[in-house]
Design a protein around this ligand. Sequence first.
Ligand code: SAM
Length: 302
Amino acid sequence: MPALDCCFKDDAVKVPSQKSGSGDLQTGDALSPGLYIVATPIGNLGDMTIRAIEVLRRSHLIACEDTRVTGRLLKAYEIDTRMQRYDDHASPETRARLLDAAGAGPVALVSDAGTPLVSDPGYRLVQEAREAGIEVVVVPGACAAIAGLTVSGLPNDRFLFAGFLPVKDKARRDVLGELGEVAATLVFYETGPRLERSLRAIAELWPEREVAVARELTKLHEECRTGSAQELADHYAAHPPKGEIVLLVGPPGEEAFDADPDALLREALVDASPSKAAARVARATGLDRQTLYTRAVELKSQ
Ligand code: SAM
């Protein structure tokens, strides 16, 4: 069994140590040519799937963001497949070479942690692979956004993943403003130094919404703290957070939907045409867009 000294919270996870022979769970012994999108752990090495290990072993090449980071993972699992650095800023020639290789044999794509393409490189490679008729195969596994959603206790029947919020205050407010009408839990990636400012921006816009900060998931100091954005901002101002963070904001409460449609339309008409205002209020309330439009035109002319 490889040495897994860094991130296990317990030692109950057994890792298969054979180099080959257990058979790929999907395709049998040899992997067919194609681009294999392989998820890797977001902290706890035990979250590597058996299939991910096998696919990485049997691939002819592994495209990765950082060969040092992926090198450590491969070492832990005694995988000696060749690596090549790749991100979406790579030259078209680099991408073309990778696609040629994927057309001829199995090529894996991994990111530093979690699911490639989710706020990570890979989109252009997958898009071009599909355009070129190269098979794209997913080997799913850990993803911080989903992990955060599942521990947060916030409604998960509808959620919207919005990646990282912009750094600048105005841009951040604009994005939050756009998302404010979405009747779903919002999921963001965040960093420790920016968390408090984001929470303060959320507190200003949506003081009543339930918020969760899921930090260092699957690692030794994992925590998930919930409360209003104001409470969490105060907490993290006093205890600056370390490590990696998923920030989640619960959907607007029923009160928002009980709001007077006229009041919502008037608010939307401040910066939108009757048609856009009606669309916005319809999305937020589920009311009929045409009826709202008629009323928006009346309100505008008053
Ligand atoms: N593709 C990755 C995935 O599937 O989760 C995400 C890559 S993105 C560049 C990195 C961000 O994901 C971090 O800044 C943090 O917001 C979030 N993240 C990654 N690992 C995490 C963890 N263990 N706990 C909480 N958030 C994490």
